[in-house]
Design a protein around this ligand. Structure first.
Ligand code: HEC
Length: 144
């Protein structure tokens, strides 16, 4: 009976079992690597970081390897040395876990998002692969 209720709740709220698993792994100590880390690609990560429409990272951050970038958030130059991969992942997936007041969007969480357009309900901004691609770039920035 209980299981039935949980299934029903997931159905109405549009939450997928996979997202729940991801959310559960989020902690203040960071989020462990997902299975997509094995296929992470630095070049895809670079493109995602520079994309103004889909991610918008560069609107708020200076991204390593580029002169331009916003200053609403801290520069991401050297962030791969400052933060552990787990914290880096957590910061991007759902920074609210670390700072509930942050205005940085949660890129890999469906928790507590209000007024989401119907087609986007239950979907994260980034795919798991895209999240890992971005992390691989930040951990392996161009040497210059
Ligand atoms: C609307 C502005 C905004 C956008 C867009 C944004 N961020 Fe942030 N980000 C911030 C702010 C502000 C912080 C400072 C920490 C806080 O608010 O808790 C931050 C912190 C971070 C940190 C931690 C930096 C550190 O030195 O501790 C990382 C990593 C990060 N952002 C990556 C990203 C990535 C990757 C994207 C795109 C997928 C992105 N951010 C998009 C505003 C933004």
């Amino acid at each position: 009976m209980r299981l039935l209720f949980v299934c029903f709740w997931m159905l109405v709220s549009g939450v997928h079992a996979a997202d729940n698993a991801t959310a559960a792994k989020s902690t203040v100590d960071g989020m462990p690597a997902t299975k997509s880390a094995a296929t992470a690609n630095v070049e895809r990560g670079r493109k995602l970081l520079l994309n103004r429409q889909d991610t918008g990272c560069i609107l708020c951050h200076v991204v390593p390897g580029f002169k331009d970038g916003g200053d609403m958030g801290p520069s991401l130059v050297g962030v791969g040395q400052r933060l552990s991969p787990e914290l880096l992942r957590q910061r991007i997936a759902d920074p609210r876990v670390i700072n509930p007041q942050t205005f940085m969007p949660a890129y890999f969480s469906t928790k507590g998002l209000q007024n989401v357009a119907k087609p986007l309900k239950g979907k994260t901004v980034l795919t798991e692969q895209a999240l890992e691609d971005i992390i691989s770039y930040l951990l392996n920035p161009p040497k210059d």
